[in-house]
Design a protein around this ligand. Sequence first.
Ligand SMILES: Cc1cc2nc3c(=O)[nH]c(=O)nc-3n(C[C@H](O)[C@H](O)[C@H](O)COP(=O)(O)O)c2cc1C
Length: 423
Amino acid sequence: MPWSRLRTMKRVDDFRLRLGKKELIPIMTGGMGVDISTAELSLVAARLGGIGHISDAMVPTVSDRRFKTGFVKEKQKKYKYNVANRDKSVVQFDLVRLAEATKMHVGRTMEAKKGDGLIFINTMEKLTMGSPRDTLRVRLSAAMDGGIDGITLSAGLHLGSLALIEDHPRFRDVKFGIIVSSLRALTLFLRKSARLNRLPDYIIVEGPLAGGHLGFGMDWVQYDLKTIVDEIHRYLKQESLNIPLIPAGGIFTGTDAVEFLEAGAAAVQVATRFTVTKECGLPDKVKQEYFRANEEDIEVNLISPTGYPMRMLKNSPAIGAGIRPNCEAYGYLLDGSGNCAYIEAYNRELDKHPDEENISVMDKTCLCTHMRNFDCWTCGHYTYRLKDTSRRLADGSYQLLTAEHVFKDYLYSTEHRIALPPA
Ligand SMILES: Cc1cc2nc3c(=O)[nH]c(=O)nc-3n(C[C@H](O)[C@H](O)[C@H](O)COP(=O)(O)O)c2cc1C
């Protein structure tokens, strides 16, 4: 049936996601990096019977904030001598500490879990951390040691990721999924995972309207989530592969979700609507920026050193900032040779303006520092509709929502209606 004619009074609650032996509410909250998807947010989704993601992005930093550990200080102290050096190849993560931080973040979250849902962790391959294979192996193993229910592989093709952990005792028990934006990326991954006899348990298909990094070029406008989902759906059928498909990106109302579920999707992954909830990790002031944004205030640009386009608010403090690279403390985007595109851009500007105290770098940003400080306001395309999901208060600000309210609005809404929170 053509999408446009799929008119329905069904609600998301009329559907269930089957994952192995489990039956779940077919709503997954996305893993928004550097603690935008907090443990608290994921715990609400799990308590209500869905799947909540946390993220392992910059997990030592997240642990320091959450548990008052001192991982970042320790690393910074160790490499202090290198701060003025342009060559960052000496900077390495202590793998024991990385495992400790991951296990703590995951373990404490799992201990707090109530209800029938699940908690997954989003693991981005692009966080190469100066030693891509070793650090990824540690991140994945430690998340499994910490008791995570599932791991979503993202921001990369992950062609070698599963092989890194095939000997882990929980390798066949933890759910694995991958985020793809094209059939081509999926087939590459499936070929590799077939060799390990470990097909993914779910596939998230992320379209061009998502937040964070995009799996498209700057021609993202020409792509459409429904078309990609249909194509992948047909392919899986043809190959007799029964793997749940989970679309993501721009699913703003419960009815948007129902349209995908009726067309054969197993669940949906959503994120933007949760950025203005109390449980979301963004500072309250930043949540108001998301509420206030209009369509023309949002752009997709190339300032992320990962090379992927990224969507963000145009007034993000990260844009045009010219801070010194902070790799001794962070360094999550250093490749195996100690390079990051921001370091190059920064040094180029520094050489051009040797006498200036404050330089500006327009083409790249120090993503680690700015994500850590919530100064890179990455967001989904429909962020400009958030103002319609809440109430304006007397002082002009917007009332923050609860994650439970947003989750239930997805679950029960019909005809694209959005329930406002109780005043
Ligand atoms: C603020 C924000 C940060 C995000 N960060 C990440 C991330 O770190 N890793 C990732 O794989 N996806 C990230 N995403 C993508 C979401 O997990 C999700 O797939 C997508 O945004 C869903 O579309 P929606 O926001 O329109 O609901 C982010 C999304 C938002 C809005």
